[in-house]
Design a protein around this ligand. Structure first.
Ligand SMILES: C[C@H](N)C(=O)N1CCC[C@H]1C(=O)O
Length: 732
């Protein structure tokens, strides 16, 4: 009998590889490989949307759709990798070949981000965008094929290195494996955005996407080399023929046969797969039953990933409406996502060495499926926390006009106080160079406003759903100007800033990062978006200049007024007035930590356990296939995010969070019922039992055969003797 036929024999072989503290040395190479590969994947992913937006110049919608499609594809391709590994090449060769494909993809991405290649006019922008788009799409396709293809194989290949009696070590391996995933993810999501922010280029200096993709490409090559170095130490299970084809044929035959025998006259069989018994091996049927049982259990699982993957979208958007000052440290909204891998690195060891043993000591049987159920509940709790934080944020957000309303603010550009009368409001006194503290809300249309003494009355038209500012000139008989103001919080925690020039000369305003341009007398600039922190503006009028400094938080909007009385000199700090149109974010980003804590604790219970569960419950010839089934739930989860983002347009964000939490609780309830009826199995034992039965049957048959042969020989010899005697008699 060959290794191929005997899974048990293969297991004995594993014990012969070198061991350190009871662990096969070979897994060291596997976990280092996983660390480098995840660094490569998450590092590239961290800057991908920005590459689409700023290098390929795609709009937000296209960039986001292609990004999510790519992520979903990365979790769909595991099926392909698993089929190739389990049926044809084996896990080892599949990992090697697909890692090469993966590394080529990463190199293609790095090359596609070199602007100098097609920048013939040397103005810093690529001149043949098609080249960059095509190369990067080919690169992404190869990466999706590579990362997805090897993912189920690496996890299952790691599991293969342990013998049957090393259950505990194998569980620890899956935890360490998960730590490596998150270690790689954490480091790369910190490093690659820094690399991207550097300037590089041959003819002109641009943001260095090529370096941000180049380093992940290098790490993928390191992953490949490390994996090859360990080659001599691995236990390499042989692929067992085109198993997926056999599985499909067997299932097809069972269904057809069941249908053919649908009449009541045929006795029922225990399981519908038993209808394949006429044609297929009992062992294969038993293995298919094991896989189907687990896959059935996976049906509700994508909902967990649907919530989990909103960290990168909804939760990051939520962070943009929050205050990211942590003492002297300023955290950007997208950097909050690194809290997840940081917490993974702390929670996995705590769970493994404290929480689970403690639960065991209390006599509770915390089975894998129970852990996964608790993990789902924790994720739902995370979304309840997100909803509570959202309610706090909503209290601090400005009330923007509805589609039938208009809002108006007033800015007195003159050097004397004026009184303004508006319908439905008390007369308002506005000091020189001051703006009203708030916006006044009206039903859209025309309103009459009187200003000053003697009164000047004007009818002004208000735009529906808009915020506007009425610029009251120093001479109120002159034309009244109306500005269009922003009607949403500036994105990504930026601040929207503009200047109104009340002087009778043209003024130029600039900061190192932006130029507001020339602002004509009694006119205003467009908005410019600036980051948080201290900013010094330089104002120029002819050859005269002065400086004005102020501190910005996150998500505010200001109108700065340059009064006619401004005197240019070294400092114009006291003269310029600031009208706060949108308050800076005041709810602190630290309030997101509880939701990150619960989703990550949920992930540890759900995902680390699920990874190990998928390995331990899979028959020997379908380990990678079941890993791929597990990763498939991540892909479906990502698709649900895409669909839900389009469909669920709830008016309040907190309500959407509650909806998701409730959906997960409902799904979790269904899962717990399914889990209750699941019986854990030891596939190796079942397979061994089947082999034994077959061998015993074979032995029985052999004995019977031998007996028959002996009897036949006996009979033959008697016959021969008889015939001899007969011969003798005739001869005599
Ligand atoms: C980065 C996440 N904490 C994480 O480890 N994962 C998210 C999807 C599965 C898993 C991974 O393998 O990357």
């Amino acid at each position: 009998m060959t290794d191929k036929e005997d899974p048990k024999k293969g297991k004995e072989k594993r014990g012969t590889s070198k061991e350190v503290c009871g662990y096969p040395l070979s897994i060291f190479f596997i976990v280092v490989n996983e660390f480098c590969e995840r660094f490569s994947y998450y590092g590239m992913r961290a800057v991908l949307v920005l590459y689409f937006k700023y290098f390929l110049r795609w709009d937000d919608d296209l960039a986001t759709s292609i990004y999510h499609t790519f992520v979903a594809l990365c979790y769909l391709t595991p099926i392909l990798g698993a089929i190739v590994a389990d049926s044809w090449l084996g896990k080892f060769k599949t990992i090697i070949y697909l890692s090469i494909v993966y590394a080529i993809g990463q190199v293609a991405m790095a090359v596609s981000a070199i602007h100098d290649i097609t920048d013939t006019d040397r103005d810093g922008t690529p001149d043949n965008m098609t080249f960059h788009v095509v190369l990067s799409m080919v690169g992404l396709f190869l990466i999706a094929l590579g990362t997805g293809g090897i993912k189920p194989c690496v996890a299952a290949f790691g599991g293969d290195q342990f013998s049957d009696h090393q259950d505990r070590q194998r569980r620890t391996f899956f935890s360490v494996f998960y730590l490596c995933i998150n270690g790689g993810s954490l480091l790369s999501t910190i490093i690659t955005p820094i690399l991207r922010a550097q300037d590089c280029g041959i003819h002109s200096q641009q943001k260095c996407y090529s370096l941000a993709f180049g380093v992940p490409a290098a790490l993928m090559l390191v992953a490949l080399v490390v994996f090859i170095v360990g080659s001599g130490m691995y236990y390499k299970a042989e692929p067992q023929g085109n198993i997926m084809l056999d599985v499909c044929k067997c299932i097809g035959f069972a269904i057809k046969n069941r249908y053919r025998h649908r009449s009541n006259q045929y006795p029922k069989r225990q399981h519908w797969m038993d209808w394949a018994e006429e044609k297929y091996d009992k062992l294969l049927i038993a293995q298919i039953k094991m896989v189907l049982k687990v896959l059935f259990l996976y049906i509700p699982l994508p909902m967990f990933w649907t919530l989990f993957d909103q960290k990168g979208s909804r939760w990051t958007l939520q962070a943009t409406t929050m205050n990211g000052h942590f003492g002297s440290l300023v955290i950007q909204p997208d950097q909050m996502q690194t809290v997840n891998p940081i917490l993974i690195l702390t929670l996995v060891p705590i769970m493994d060495s404290v929480i689970y043993p403690l639960i065991n000591k209390c006599g509770l049987n915390f089975t894998p499926l129970k852990r996964m159920t608790v993990g789902m509940l924790l994720a739902a709790l995370a979304f309840v926390c997100a909803a509570l934080v959202q309610i706090e944020i909503d209290k601090t957000l400005p009330t923007f006009p509805s589609t039938s309303q208009s809002q108006l603010k007033l800015l007195n550009m003159g050097s004397e106080t004026v009184t303004v009368k508006m319908p439905g409001n008390d007369p308002l006194n506005l000091a020189a160079a001051q703006a009203s503290n708030e916006y006044f809300t009206f039903e859209a249309g025309q309103i009459d406003i009187s200003i000053g003494h003697p009164e000047v009355r004007n009818t002004i038209s208000l735009a529906k759903g808009q915020r506007q500012t009425l610029l009251i000139p120093s001479n109120i008989t002159e034309e009244w100007l109306m500005t269009d103001d922003i009607t949403s919080k500036p994105q990504e925690g930026n601040n929207a800033i503009r200047f109104v020039n009340g002087m009778n000369t043209t003024v130029n305003v600039s900061i190192p990062a932006a130029n507001f341009g020339l602002i004509e007398p009694f006119s205003y600039s467009n908005y410019s978006l600036i980051k948080n922190g201290k900013v010094t503006f330089t104002l120029w009028s002819g050859s005269q200049s002065c400086e004005y400094s102020t501190d910005f938080g996150f998500g505010s909007s200001y109108t700065f007024f340059i009064p006619s009385t401004l005197v240019f000199g070294p400092n114009c700090q006291e003269s310029i007035t600031a009208a706060e149109d949108i308050k800076p974010n005041s709810v602190h980003m630290a309030l997101q930590i509880p939701q990150y804590f619960f989703i990550t604790a949920g992930e540890v219970m759900f995902s680390v356990t699920g990874l190990e569960f998928s390995y331990s419950q899979a028959p020997s010839n379908m380990k990678a296939v079941l890993q791929a089934g597990w990763l498939f739930t991540v892909a479906i989860g990502n698709f649900i995010v895409l669909i839900v983002a389009e469909l669920a347009k709830l008016p309040k964000q907190w309500a959407e969070y509650v909806l998701f939490a409730s959906l997960l609780v409902a799904v979790c309830f269904i899962f717990s019922i399914m889990a209750y009826f699941y019986t854990y199995i030891d596939p190796a034992e079942i397979e061994a039992q089947f082999k034994k039965n077959v061998n015993e049957d074979d032995e029985d048959n052999k004995h019977k055969l031998q007996k028959t042969e002996v009897e036949m020989n006996k009979r033959d010899s008697i016959k021969c003797h008889d015939e001899d005697d007969k011969d003798k008699q005739t001869k005599m």
